[in-house]
Design a protein around this ligand. Structure first.
Ligand code: UDP
Ligand code: MG
Length: 153
């Protein structure tokens, strides 16, 4: 079982798509292990996007991420990191496959609705960045035995 970090970006919050996107993750069978709204400051964005701070688009990216609160989600499931990343789709919404979140809701390379951790290692780091340990809940899904076959989870 893995847990991954998703951020519903201001492009999601402002377009009033929070419920729709959360619904897609729930329908897939991911368990919501943590969920909260937060206003991101410069420090957390510089850390979260450390791989991009020197890119020319970083100032507009950081500004766009502060135009409203975001919703942070911790999602759990077997191979959840890869499953959620596949659901997210290619970074540029215009190039993302239909059926993915970005491919269904985004027309932008920047205002692309969601962030999703890209590896198990980064998921652990990012969950720790956005959640305190007591904000992530370990409970058994009521439909667990119908989400996975015997021995799968
Ligand atoms: N981004 C951008 N311009 C670019 C590439 C990325 O504004 O040319 C933004 C976009 O919002 C993206 C985020 O920076 O989601 C993080 O970029 P990354 O390459 O990590 O893409 P992701 O993992 O989100 O698909
Ligand atoms: Mg990334």
């Amino acid at each position: 079982m893995e847990t991954t970090l998703v951020l519903l970006k201001p492009s999601c919050v402002q377009r009033q798509l929070i419920g729709e996107i959360v619904h897609r993750f729930e329908r897939r069978g991911l368990r919501i292990a943590g969920m909260k709204m937060m206003q991101l400051d410069d420090a957390i964005l510089r850390e979260h996007y450390a791989h991009l701070v020197d890119r020319p688009f970083f100032p507009t990216l950081a500004a766009s991420m502060q135009t409203s609160p975001v919703v942070a989600l911790a999602l759990s499931g077997v191979e959840a990191v890869g499953v959620v990343r596949a659901m997210t789709g290619f970074t540029n919404g215009r190039k993302a496959d239909p059926g993915t979140i970005r491919g269904d809701y985004a027309m932008s390379n920047q205002q692309n609705i969601v962030h999703a951790s890209d590896s198990v290692e980064n998921a652990a780091i990012e969950l720790n960045r956005f959640f305190r340990p007591e904000e992530i809940f370990d409970y058994k899904s009521g439909v667990f035995d119908f989400l996975y076959g015997v021995g799968e989870a």
